[in-house]
Design a protein around this ligand. Structure first.
Ligand code: UTP
Length: 279
């Protein structure tokens, strides 16, 4: 059973400056809900109810979002606006949220290692909230699809999607043996390769299920691309000594760490989710 989910949210979000100068990128709203809340909702739909956040300086708003705001609730009590807080209130009542800090930005792998004390010796999910995923007609969310696979295979799993060759340099890219439609056993992985060095156009997106032995591997992983401790390097070791699967998920992902992806996601949610629920 996957019971815990880690959100590494310590990054500076420099692509969104000045918006992210005093506010975490993960609090930026897609229409009327922060990115991070969509991520938490996706995880709860996968049966996960314990959340750990690896935060950094200037990220207090994240903790406040997952806490009760008595003054605000008192102010709108008995008005039609109470309903607007129902979704976050429901998350607060039915889940636990724990926070730890990454003091130095040493990369995603280092952020995940920093979350070890929140996870313990359990398999766990990782969500990068700036990769915003919608079902887009699929039955389940991406994490629910991955939890289902984990229950079958019991090893680390990364979500992947095909990206244009000219975009592979933004991602971790895999090579793998096809096991069945949309599922690969990873044989190689390269972090942010140039188009001519990429082993495929199958890019890792921000959804992972990791077995806890990843922490020991991360402890001995040396800084890689850009001088950061890369989760891709640790996963490659796991793939070589054991098994790591790559899963081409059903649904649609928006790269909300980029302005273009963020605007596309906003338009999508406004047209396909918000307007329909407001009717
Ligand atoms: P990114 O590099 O995409 O995010 O990291 P960023 O640094 O926040 O954004 P830009 O590039 O400056 O605009 C991917 C994810 O890993 C987390 C980030 O918060 C983001 O969710 N991360 C990255 C950490 O938590 N710690 C790190 O040291 C690095």
């Amino acid at each position: 059973m996957i019971k815990k989910c880690l959100f590494p949210v310590a990054g500076y979000g420099t692509r969104f400056l000045p918006a992210t100068k005093a506010m975490p990128k993960e609090i930026l709203p897609i229409v009327n809900k922060p990115l991070v809340q969509y991520g938490v909702e996706e995880a709860t739909e996968a049966g996960i109810h314990e959340f750990g956040f690896v935060t950094g300086r200037g990220k207090r708003a994240l903790e406040d979002h997952f806490d009760i705001s008595y003054e605000l609730e008192n102010q709108i009590a008995g008005t039609g606006k109470e309903e607007l807080l129902a979704s976050i209130r429901d998350l607060i009542n039915n889940n636990t949220f724990a926070f730890t800090r990454q003091n130095e930005m040493k990369g995603l792998g280092h952020a995940i290692l920093t979350g070890r004390n929140l996870i313990g010796d359990n398999p766990f999910a990782v969500v990068l909230a700036d990769d915003f995923c919608v079902t887009d007609g699929a039955k389940d969310g991406v994490l629910a699809q991955m939890v289902h696979l984990y229950n079958q295979f019991r090893c680390s799993i990364v979500a992947i999607e095909e990206v244009p060759k000219e975009e592979v340099h933004k991602y971790g890219v895999i090579a793998g043996e096809s096991m069945k439609d949309g599922l690969y056993r990873i044989t190689d992985m390269v972090e942010k390769p140039s188009a001519d060095k990429a082993p495929s156009n199958l890019a890792i997106i921000g959804r992972y299920i990791l077995t806890p032995d990843i922490f020991e591997i991360l402890e001995r992983t040396t800084p890689g691309k850009n001088g950061e401790i890369q989760i891709t390097d640790a996963l490659l070791e796991q793939a070589r000594t054991g098994c790591v699967l790559a899963y081409q998920f059903k649904g649609r992902r928006f790269d909300c760490g980029s302005i273009d992806g963020f605007v596309e996601a906003t338009n999508y949610v406004y047209e396909n989710i918000y307007k329909k629920s407001a009717k």
